[in-house]
Design a protein around this ligand. Structure first.
Ligand code: DAH
Length: 344
């Protein structure tokens, strides 16, 4: 029996030393110390030997077990250490890291923020008005006659439903001018508001998207004149497009301003000399004018005491003009194509 135990110890120890990984060490452990392991079975046999011999064999068996357990523990530590070292060897810390992809604000959002900051720096405060509004605020209160073509179903998105006697139909706001009479009605003077918002029109082609953005300025107080309007335009043009760009106003017609103007900005490529992009040196930016007396009246103000100016331009348009971007299809802006958007 003693010899058998010594034999088991020796084989176990050599198996343990030969184990090359943790799994084969675990197998060896089971082979000797498991429920039907060699040592376990041998220990069970002790009951069969004569009584007087049992204590000595018992002590030996315990020693053998302890020796095997200690050897297992030692080897396990050694193999775990080796395993960790191998993992570290596989990581080449000199490799360049994987860069996380960084997102950024949409091109149009960037423009909205920039434009807002420019006007806020000269005392305009940003106001919000309904995106779904009455015909009254979009047209009637702005001095549009009943049969004006902008009211055509093919220009404006009207919402089906009942018509209000005074307010008319409900529509998706086709321009930011919808905020003008809503602002004047608040009765808080002086007014220096900026409305920068989504607008909707039935247009979809290379230079139009059915949803687009405009920014509208409205200033109303006593003694407001065209010079205030021109000064504000110049300030915006220089801040947004750069010091070298100039603005000019040209007579035009809008229902809600009198006099009305179209605002032009010198071309960013030739700075006004004339080139292939602009032809005559100027690029058209949008409308402006002195608030029509009927509009002031609609908002509850006396046009003999108060005057004002207003302007309204397309955000996507000024963005294209600034960047000198020649996007051949404006609809790309809203296509959510990352190949396009990530360039900016
Ligand atoms: N609402 C006009 C449009 O969408 C633009 C406009 C013109 C706004 C003249 C104004 C203005 O405030 O004074 O075409």
């Amino acid at each position: 029996m003693e010899e058998e135990l010594i034999g088991i110890k020796n084989t176990a120890l050599s198996f343990i030393l030969e184990a090359e990984d943790l799994q084969s060490l675990e197998d060896t452990k089971l082979q000797f110390l498991g429920r039907s392991g060699k040592l376990t079975l041998a220990i069970k046999e002790i009951t069969k030997i004569p009584l007087e011999k049992r204590p000595a064999v018992g002590i030996l068996a315990n020693e053998v077990k302890k020796t095997i357990e200690e050897a297992l523990l030692q080897q396990e530590k050694l193999l775990s250490k080796k395993k960790n070292e191998n993992i570290l060897k596989k990581i080449d810390v000199t490799n360049p890291g994987v860069k996380p992809t960084l997102g950024h604000l949409h091109l149009v959002t960037q423009a909205l923020e920039e434009i807002s900051t420019i006007f806020e720096s000269i005392g305009f405060s940003k106001e919000k008005y309904p995106e779904i509004d009455w015909d009254y605020y979009a047209f009637s209160a702005l001095n549009f006659p009943k049969d004006h073509p902008a009211r055509d179903d093919w220009e404006t998105f009207f919402i089906k439903g009942e018509e209000d006697k005074k307010m008319g139909k409900i529509l998706l706001s086709p321009h930011t001018s919808t905020g003008q009479v809503r602002e004047i009605e608040k009765g808080k003077l002086p007014i220096r508001m900026l409305n920068i918002a989504k607008c909707y029109r039935r247009q979809s082609d290379v230079s139009h998207t059915p949803m687009f953005h405009q920014f509208e300025g409205l200033v109303v107080d006593k003694n407001i004149s065209i010079t205030h309007l021109k000064g504000t335009l110049d300030y915006f043009v220089k801040s947004y497009f750069g010091d070298k760009r100039k603005s000019r106003i040209r007579p035009y017609h809008f229902q809600f301003t009198e006099p009305s103007f179209e605002v032009d900005v010198t071309c960013g490529v030739c700075l006004g000399k004339g080139c292939r992009l602009c032809k005559a040196g100027w690029l058209e930016m949008g409308g402006a004018g002195m608030v029509h007396p009927n509009v002031l009246k609609a908002g509850g103000l006396d046009p003999k005491i108060y005057t004002g100016f207003a302007f309204g331009w397309g955000v996507e348009r000024v963005l294209m003009m600034k960047a000198g971007l020649e996007i051949d299809d404006l609809r790309l802006l809203y296509s959510n194509k990352l190949e396009f958007l990530s360039q900016f």
